[in-house]
Design a protein around this ligand. Structure first.
Ligand code: PLP
Length: 426
């Protein structure tokens, strides 16, 4: 039985949901054809859908749930806080404690502001960079994902979709991992650039930036008076001080999200006291930064526990689980004669079907091929929840037995896709 046959209730609900939400969903990337699995509940490493099927969750809400679903300590913290109020129109100790954690862990961060999403954190970081430098332009990598703010489109192609040309004119795209291209751009327009915004590991494809590249970006931005903004929304799970700790690079601003909220909506921007002072309300010319739920008490309570639980030992353990998973996936692909690669950085992984060489830039990727789509659906049919584009990650709710079972399910999915492909060809 294929995925559609196994999920009749999800299909019926999905059709019903279309009466109230376009396409029956509310996030572009969670929808896929023929219909997404409608989820009823989740715990630890497992999701359960409306048909009563369970999936090993290798997506963890796109890397946000580093401790899996409904971790008892996080549930307890949220429940306790809910009884004392969820959000106040005033500062509170929970905000200060979470901000202090970020400041302690990340040397480049001296002051923090909270938002409700990574997208908003990026938006505030870029506004802060423009306010601080008095310059208009933003430089980002082609294929760098920084959320849904229209001033950080994924690629040039996206600039037409709801983004007026006047806004597109404020963005410059550069290839990832290519210092020469950035150097050439800054040589021409560096005096108009407010910020260079980069992920230390590109989430699209899980492509790690070379350490030399990031150090080079630091030197070039400083030389041109532009700010370096490192987006650690995904990569903060990789080390207690984020990927910048491992690389030894010190950006002017850092954006955070996902794991710092323990599963609740969150974002944060942090940086040096000097740059972050643009937000200081005591300054008459300060940058206005509002948000009804910024730093709400539920999120900060959950976030504090999430960070406390993510010890260096646990980071090492989930990195090891991801290494086993990557090795198992590679073996299964080889065993079934599927060409491809699995990229990995710490606990982040990406399956690439049909790719022969290690990707270094977005242009090396093929995230929408038919075989990948078939593998995704076959994984879903086997009870393995991964992103349609092949993104995966491990969580502290997993162990080697879960990884072995995930590899076994992937092997069965790969076998089905290969057999079906042969049947089509013959
Ligand atoms: N930046 C990066 C690197 C991300 O991966 C994401 C989300 O996946 C965002 C920003 C946006 O975060 P959010 O979805 O919380 O708005």
């Amino acid at each position: 039985m294929d995925y559609a046959d196994r999920t009749p209730r999800s299909r019926a609900l999905s059709e019903q949901f279309q009466r109230w939400m376009p396409g029956g969903d509310t996030r572009s990337i969670t929808w896929f054809a023929p219909h997404p699995a409608v989820i009823e509940h989740a715990a630890g490493h497992e999701l359960t859908d409306a048909d009563g099927r369970t999936y090993i969750d290798l997506l963890n809400n796109y890397t946000a749930l580093v401790h899996g679903h409904a971790h008892p300590r996080i549930v307890e913290a949220i429940t306790e806080q809910a009884a004392r109020g969820s959000v106040y129109p005033a500062p509170h100790a929970g905000q200060a404690a979470l901000a202090e954690q970020l400041v302690r862990r990340v040397p480049s961060v001296e002051r923090v502001r909270f938002t409700n999403s990574g997208s908003e954190a990026v938006m505030q970081a870029i506004k802060a960079a423009r306010a601080f430098t008095g310059r208009p332009l933003l430089v980002k990598a082609q294929g760098g994902y920084h959320g849904s703010w229209d001033q950080v489109p994924l690629t040039d192609l996206e600039t037409g979709q709801g983004m007026p040309p006047e806004l597109a004119a404020l963005v410059r795209m550069v290839p990832y991992n290519d210092l020469g291209a950035l150097e050439a751009l800054l040589a021409r327009q560096g005096d108009r650039v407010a910020a260079v915004l980069l992920e230390p590991v590109m989430g699209e494809g899980v492509i790690a930036a070379d350490a030399d590249y990031l150090h080079g970006v630091r030197t070039l931005t400083a030389a041109h008076g532009a700010l370096m903004v490192l987006d650690e929304v995904i990569t903060f799970r990789l080390a207690p001080g984020g990927r910048q700790q491992t690389i030894g690079v010190s950006p002017d601003l850092t954006t955070f999200g996902k794991i710092i909220g323990g599963g609740l909506p969150v974002g944060a921007v942090g940086g040096s006291e000097r740059v972050m002072s643009v937000f200081d309300p005591r300054r008459p010319d300060h940058l206005h930064h509002a948000g009804t739920f910024n730093g709400n008490a539920l999120t900060t309570a959950a976030g504090l526990v999430s960070l406390e639980l993510l010890t260096p030992q646990e980071i090492e353990r989930i990195d090891g689980l991801a290494a086993s998973l990557a090795a198992g996936l590679r073996e299964a692909m080889t065993a079934h004669g599927l060409t491809g690669r699995v990229t990995r950085c710490g606990s982040l992984l990406h399956l690439h079907v049909g790719l022969e060489a290690e990707p270094r830039d977005f242009s090396d990727l093929d995230l929408g091929g038919k075989t990948l789509r078939d593998i995704h659906l076959a994984c879903m049919a086997e009870g393995l929840f991964i992103a349609p584009r092949g993104l995966m990650n491990t969580s502290t709710a997993m162990d080697e037995a879960v990884v072995a079972e995930a590899v076994a399910r992937f092997g069965r999915a790969a076998a089905q896709v290969v057999q079906a492909g042969r049947a089509t060809v013959s």
